[in-house]
Each structure stands twice: as C-alpha cells, then as structure tokens.
Design a protein around this ligand. Structure first.
Ligand SMILES: *Cc1c(COP(=O)(O)O)cnc(C)c1O
Length: 402
C-alpha cells in the first residue's frame, strides 16, 4: 500500500534504512532525515526547550556552530557555551542548572581531535544530561553509543553516501527518544518536515554493505600519506600518527579493522601556499578535487578556514586551532595508493618550494614517466599517462554540500 504521508508513516525504505543504521551504531532505533543538519536540529529541538543550555565543543562543523551560536539563541532562546571538549574541567565548569546537552563530534572538523566519549558521558549522566555525538567523520570506526553517547548523529551525505550525490542524515538513539521525534503534537521531525525521501533511503541502504570496506581503505591510504608526509617534514595532523595528541585514546575507542579514518590536514603556513598546493594537486597532478565535502570516493581538498569553518570569526578560528593555511584532505580510494602518492608528493613539493610557485618542480611528463616506470595504470580513462598534464579535471561546483 503506498504511504500517503511519509512524515507520519514512513515508507518501508526509510524504516528499513533506519533499522540498518541503528544496527550500525548499536542503538535501539534510528530515524533518517533529509540532511545531517536536519538530524542535528531535530535532536537539539527535542532535547532543549526555550531557556535551556548546551555545552558544545568549539570545533564543531561550521553549520552546527552557527546553529548553536546564532540561530538557536535568537529563534528559540537556547544558549550554548563553547569549550575545548578535550578539557574535561572546562566542560564541567560550563555546565549550568539549565544545561541539557553536551554536544561534540567524535572526531572534530577540521582539527581531527578525538573526543573522550566515556569521560564526557560520565560528566553528562551524573547531571542528568544527554551526550550527543556527531559521528560523521568516523562511521564503523567509532561506535559512540558503546562509550555512553545517548544520541549519535550522522550526515549520511559524507562517507556513508560515498559519492557526494545525495544529502541525508540520521539520528540514532533509544526507541523512546526516536519515537518522540515524530510525535504528532511536538515531534520536530513530524512537524518541521525534514523527513527523508524514500528513494534516497533505498539508495543508501544498498551502500551500507560496502561502507566497512570503503572506510578501511580510506583509512589505509590516509595513514600511508600522513606517515610519508610527516617524514618529509610536513605539518600533518592525523589521529593515526603516534605524535597525535589523542592517538592512544583513539586506540582505545576505535573498532578494530577500520583504521584511523580518511581525514588528514596539512598546515602550509599561509593561505597562498595552501591554495597553490590545491591548484597544483587538482589541475596539474590530477590528485583530488577542490570541494568542501568529504567521504567522496576521490580525494577532496578544502581550505578549512575559508570553507567549512567560514562561519567562525578570526578569533574563533584561532581559538579552535584552524590556521589560514590549513588544507583538509578527505583521502579517496580511487587509483592505487602508490600512484596517488606520487601525485600528492609532487603537489606537496611544488607548494612548499618557494622557487617553484606556479611552476611544476618536475615537468609533468617526468611524473608520467615515473608512473609508467612503476607500471601504474592511470585509472582516469580520459587521461592517459602521456605528455599532457596527468589530469585536468573540471572543478566540481555545487556537486555536494559541505
Ligand atoms: C557535513 C556535516 C554536517 C552537515 O550535514 P549535511 O548532510 O550537509 O546537512 C554535520 N556534521 C558534520 C561533521 C559534517 O561534516
């Protein structure tokens, strides 16, 4: 029987995806939404009333930051105090009698700090608050509910989709809360209209089967590049590196077999050098695409300070640790690891050698020869490994949300 109102009685596809995602996160239930922001907004609106208070990480996704900092106080009278979420004393100190929620990302954007989920859950639960965790950067890798998170949110637009072709989100939690989201009188998902389209749900269901394989490969590539870049003296941040502040914590929290994630950052010291790197990578070496999304099958490059974190003021960026030369890489899984490494290495060298600004260090044909010598097949069919630049891909504009 066709469903006539997908808000009230979800089509089977959406319900089925919800069950799959609940199983993925180990929660009783889950409710898919039309976007990650919709999932975040609905969750907060359900947990907080006018006058309530939130303690949130200062390094959340820019849209979440603007929602908490500007929109919710103005429209709903819900205030947020931002803290360094790794500073547990600061988290406790920020709690007031009206605090209902501790909000964090499992791995933060773009700083790649790992949240101490069990400790945050303890702090929240002692005071009867809920711990809400955005797990967009680490599906499969981290299961926040195992460590005490009450609600786990994803933007499915990213790794779960894997193709930057759909926009979707989900709220995972206990059955009672999930049911309350669609309450006929006061349920934000019921009343504000962020329900998921049934066609999107059926597409995403089919992609969950290989999410684990994809995550493991994103992580394997990112780890290799992070280690090699670090050896070359790059200012690289990756939670899989021993020197990363929360490396040991992540080892405790993460599920085996999925590595340390597909995201890494490189600080080029200046916006100019960062832009040069991205242009060289995309337009000369064929390494990645400049786009603000993440979790795509190809590498995506973005300048965090002026894209996904542009909602933050200069002072807020400084506080959150987002320098203007910071490039975020969502490491892709196309081609071979070694072929992609050659492209990345060339791009890095070009950007960091001041003499070579706008000039390839090594003629592109030599890179091509090196690739050929290694018998690496260029996977981009339209770009044979030859005299031409390895890859001149068009910029992808408007292809994806961030
Ligand atoms: C992209 C993103 C969101 C927002 O998701 P949309 O699906 O684009 O609405 C929320 N949190 C994080 C960490 C994200 O990367």
């Amino acid at each position: 029987m066709p469903e006539i109102f997908s808000g009230e009685r979800n089509p089977d596809n959406v319900r089925y995806l919800g069950r799959q995602l609940a199983a993925l996160e180990g929660t009783q239930a889950a409710y898919p939404t039309s976007s990650g922001m919709a999932a975040i907004t609905a969750t907060i609106m359900q947990l907080c009333n006018s006058g309530d208070h939130i303690v949130a990480s200062s390094t959340v996704y820019g849209g979440t930051f603007a929602l908490l900092k500007s929109f919710l106080p103005l429209k709903c009278g819900i205030q947020t105090t931002f803290v360094d979420i790794s500073d547990l004393a600061a988290v406790e100190a920020a709690i007031t009698s009206r605090t209902k929620v501790v909000y964090t990302e499992a791995i933060s954007n773009p700083t790649l700090a790992v949240a101490n989920l069990p400790a945050l859950a303890d702090i929240a639960h002692i005071k009867g608050m809920k711990l809400v965790v955005d797990n967009t950067f680490s599906p499969m890798m981290i299961s926040p509910a195992r460590w005490g998170a009450d609600l786990v949110i994803h933007s499915l637009t990213k790794f779960v989709s894997g193709a930057s072709d759909v926009i979707a989100g989900v709220v995972c939690g206990d059955a009672e809360f999930i049911r309350s989201l669609v309450d006929l009188q006061v349920g934000p998902i019921m009343l504000m209209g962020p329900t998921m389209d049934a066609k999107v749900a059926s597409e995403l269901s089919l992609r969950l089967a290989h999410l684990g394989i994809r995550m493991a490969e994103h992580s394997r590539r990112a780890a290799a590049y992070a280690e090699r870049l670090a050896q070359m003296g790059a200012k690289v941040t990756y939670p899989g590196l021993h020197g990363h502040k929360q490396h040991d914590l992540l080892n405790k929290l993460r599920n085996a077999d999925y590595g340390y994630g597909g995201m890494l950052t490189i600080d080029f010291g200046s916006q100019q050098a960062a832009e040069h790197f991205m242009e060289y990578a995309q337009n000369v070496c064929g390494f990645g695409l400049m786009a603000v999304s993440l979790g795509y099958f190809d590498t995506l490059l973005s300048l965090s300070g002026s894209t996904t974190s542009s909602e933050l003021s200069s002072a807020e960026k400084a506080l959150a640790g987002i320098p203007s030369g910071l490039v975020r890489l969502s490491v892709g899984i196309t081609g071979t690891l070694e072929q992609r490494w050659l492209q990345l290495k060339q791009s890095y060298l070009a950007a960091t050698s001041s003499a070579s600004i706008k000039q390839p260090l090594v003629p592109v044909t030599e890179i091509a020869e090196e690739l050929q010598a290694q018998k690496v097949v260029n996977i981009i069919a339209s770009q044979p490994v030859a005299q031409e630049p390895l890859c001149k891909q068009p910029r992808v504009e408007g292809m994806a949300s961030r």
